[in-house]
Design a protein around this ligand. Structure first.
Ligand code: IMP
Ligand code: MG
Length: 188
């Protein structure tokens, strides 16, 4: 698997230190309140599992799975819900947890959708952020690390469904993903 990797961008110890700090930040922000943490599958699952163990508040969990139409490295904002949450979020504090925000199209769509269900609040937490690629103006409440505009894999992030299990976040060799730039529907 590491043969396809150009370099390690963020190693697992750096990720783990930052996740601890984020958990502390979130715990302070929601002190005394219950949170419904909603993970965006598939990419968010590793980050969410690490993050919730660093949050000191009472936490409930739910998951959404969404697909996005685009080529292998870029989403178009056409988002389809493959699995909705099972919780009634009216009056609840919702924290949406995502692996990476790129254009912002996926999460701004999800936030709008969940807002129609009248939660008490809805905030966004992402482990990685590529602010230079943003196409929509969107508030991101908790950010793990800003990353430059490389296509990265690992710690939940995939290319074509693979590499999510890499413990470090790595830059993929461009020849791996430029082979296939056809538009198709992929699960984020
Ligand atoms: P957005 O709608 O453009 O913000 O796309 C967000 C989603 O695209 C993320 O949840 C990822 O699943 C995927 N994505 C964006 N950039 C990368 C990357 O560099 N590596 C892997 N997945 C990415
Ligand atoms: Mg993805």
């Amino acid at each position: 698997m590491y043969n396809d990797i150009a370099k390690i961008l963020v190693d697992k110890d750096t990720i783990s230190r930052r996740v601890k700090e984020l958990g502390a930040e979130i715990s302070r922000e929601y002190q005394g309140n219950e949170i419904l943490v909603v993970g965006v599958l598939k990419g968010g699952f590793i980050f969410m599992a690490d993050l919730v163990r660093e949050i000191q508040c009472r936490v409930n969990l739910d998951f959404m799975s969404v697909s996005s139409y685009g080529n292998s490295t870029e989403s178009s904002g056409i988002v389809r819900i493959l699995k909705d949450i099972e919780t009634n979020i009216a009056g609840k504090h919702v924290l949406l947890v995502e692996d990476l925000i790129d254009s912002g199209l996926t999460l701004s769509h999800l936030k709008q959708l969940l807002n129609t269900r009248k939660p008490a609040s809805i905030k966004i937490c992402t482990m990685f952020d590529k602010p230079s690629r943003r196409k929509v103006d969107m508030k991101v409440d908790f950010i793990g690390l800003e990353v430059p505009d490389y296509f990265i894999v690992g710690y939940g992030l995939d290319y074509d469904g693979f590499y999510r299990n890499l413990p470090d976040v790595c830059v993929l060799k461009p020849e791996i993903y430029t082979k296939n730039m056809n538009k198709k529907e992929t699960i984020v």
